[in-house]
Unconditional design. Sequence first.
Length: 454
Amino acid sequence: STGDGWVELREPDVDEEEPTGPVPVVAVVGRPNVGKSTLVNRIIGRRQAVVEDTPGVTRDRIPYDAQWSGRQFTVVDTGGWEPDARDRAAAIAAQAENAVATADVVLFVVDAMIGSTDVDEAAVRMLRRSAKPVLLVANKADNTTIELEATSLWSLGLGEPHPVSALHGRGSGDLLDAILEALPEAPPIRESGPRGPRRVALVGRPNVGKSSLLNRLAKEERAVVDAVAGTTVDPVDSLVEIGGEVWQLVDTAGLRKRVGKASGTEYYASLRTAAAIEAAEVAVVLLDSSEPISEQDQRILTMVTESGRALVIAFNKWDLVDADRRYYLDKEIERELRRIPWAIRVNVSAKTGRAVDKLAPALRTALASWETRVPTGQLNQWLTALVQATPHPVRGGRAPKVLFATQAGTSPPRFVLFTTAPLDAGYQRFVERKLREEFGFEGSPVEVSVRPRK
Ligand code: GDP
Ligand code: GDP
């Protein structure tokens, strides 16, 4: 404590943050029938149902989640160019070019039973011009004899061939090790051990009713004083049981002792609010329903959305809202909260206790959205249909294409769109809006970034 009632700011727990940045992408390229699909199934361990070919929808660029030795990456199967295309060499070169452009690592698959062909060599010329790492996979090396013959593939000039039998699994562990070595730094998979109570920031400008709400919660519910087994709780936090669950209300010491109000300037109050939000997983922003939504309210809401925390807005002092006030409040909400239509809203009264029991379900919903992970297959089935129905508008004779998407992380959900070129801001917003329509994310911000191919 700094002695005047203000508690020193804490750094957020850095090790609990998920690393940012997209999950690395591994593209699998090669002639038809060399075993690309079989290899993809081997790599993903058939943990996901491979999306069946749908008439009219190409099998191109279907991404799957994979993990090996605690690292995760996305595998993109680029199979499915027309085997009887007139200019095969051109077709494979174009396909390889596309795959190489969006990938971090390329697996170039050759049929070891057949050896290299003219078509393989055409693709190799293109691959060698790229700066991306390429692993040469000699597939169908079902036995030692073929494995030995595969060494002749050194002649392709892509370095050491990796003999594999995608069908039987032979050599696949070594190949996966080689893939990991070639990948850029990937985020480790987070252990999901037992965790303590969910951390909630109760914030709002002075006099909105934060202390009153905290007192109300502590009165109606059993205030929890003892630490929950296996957790360490900061002394400035309160543990309160709300809706049958223990929650950790961060940095509420000042509220409990009611010292914060008299001391400190607005500057310190806002620093303290920011620190509480950083330390929390979900923020409850209190607004005074009897007064217009102010700039200070807006600043606090912006702090929450920029921090990427889940958000519940509590309209407090609802007992003071009459029909007249309700009319204007609805208009203010429409105007002032337009940018955060996804925030969960509850109308409460700390004074009467009205609807205070709505708080816990709202917090649970917001946190569930915040931690949502959309399976890659589901995400891309939805995305394929969306971009087919509403393609990017043509600009200067060309339209950027959305190739596929992956979810790079949660808390909040973060998505990466892989595209042929940067998207119009309007189209990106359209995709974001549709993403919410499809998957919800009520109470959570969602980040969408675009990765145009290089
Ligand atoms: P893609 O067109 O490159 O995706 O090739 P597929 O994965 O569809 O495989 C083509 C054929 O090769 C299928 O009949 C597979 O069963 C077969 N195949 C794939 N991998 C192997 C392998 O390691 N050994 C053998 N003997 N056959 C394989
Ligand atoms: P804080 O500064 O955000 O902690 O706000 P307080 O809890 O100290 O409340 C400020 C004033 O608003 C006090 O006079 C409270 O009695 C009053 N107040 C808080 N909640 C309500 C409510 O739900 N209804 C009404 N009518 N007054 C409230």
